[in-house]
Design a protein around this ligand. Structure first.
Ligand code: ATP
Length: 238
């Protein structure tokens, strides 16, 4: 579904991504993990069309999308939930969700999709008419993801869904992501700074450090070993 080849991107003279190769297949949950400043947000911003790459290719459903406008990409089914959630804090939960469905003409299907996200994220149903700014961090994260789902994406990219959340809340958010994947077949590309908990949810993992992919593999193969930790912290092998 998504194939990134030899991608280089950055800011002015700073090259933040250096020859990235990464793929996401339909129905997969893929994580990119790496320390502060590794280039994780830059990667998602470049794929989402918020930055133009220096070089390399990004193919989504076989079309080259590098440099394509974000609005066009979201219409093509590629949606980013940025770091910090970007919900409208002064609007209600209902109004935030309505913005996700804006532009959709299939009102009947939208109604049933809305019902489905309120079932996946019950807290949003109970706070439906409340102001989004009064939700806790975890609830706001769920609202941002729910709103993205109502855009009917083929691929959702989420920048640090666990940021600022208590461990128990992270478990809840991850559990909802697992349900979306298992029950609705949603394809997910998720960036996280912490490697904690990700191996239970991920199909495959990439470790990004200093703009390079230093390790990648199926989560099942990385579980239990020290490989992931060593790549993350940059220890020499052996
Ligand atoms: P974090 O977990 O801290 O968000 P990250 O892995 O997402 O880190 P990026 O935000 O992609 O990392 O940053 C990669 C590199 O690009 C860093 O060296 C960072 O300082 C630099 N950078 C990020 N945003 C900008 C910007 N707007 N202008 C200039 N340099 C930037």
């Amino acid at each position: 579904m998504l194939t990134i080849t030899d991608l280089t991107a950055g800011y002015g003279r700073l090259t933040a991504l250096k020859g990235i190769d990464l793929t996401v297949a339909k129905g997969e949950i893929v994580f990119v993990v790496g320390p502060n400043g590794a280039g994780k947000s830059t990667l998602l911003k470049t794929v989402a069309g918020l930055m133009t790459p220096f070089s390399g290719s990004i193919r989504f459903h076989h079309a080259d999308i590098a440099g394509m406008a974000p609005e066009k990409l979201s219409r093509e089914g590629l949606v980013l939930v940025p770091e910090g959630r970007s919900i409208f804090r002064t609007l209600t939960v209902e109004e935030n969700l309505a913005l996700g469905g804006m532009g959709r003409r299939d009102r009947d299907v939208l109604e049933s999709d809305l019902e489905a996200v309120l079932t996946t994220f019950p807290i949003l149903r109970s706070r439906y008419r409340g102001v989004a700014g009064h939700l806790s961090g975890g609830e706001q994260q769920q609202l941002a993801i729910a709103r993205a789902i109502l855009q009917q994406p083929a691929l959702i990219m989420i920048d640090e869904p666990s940021l600022g959340l208590a461990p128990l809340v992270i478990d809840q958010v991850y559990e909802s992501l697992r349900a979306l994947n298992r029950e609705n077949g949603m394809t997910l590309l998720i960036v996280e700074q912490s490697t904690a908990r990700i191996l239970d949810l991920a199909d495959r993992v990439y470790v990004l450090r200093n703009g390079h992919i230093v390790l990648s593999g199926p989560a099942a193969e990385l579980a239990g070993g020290r490989q992931l930790e060593e790549a993350y912290f940059g220890y020499e092998a052996g």
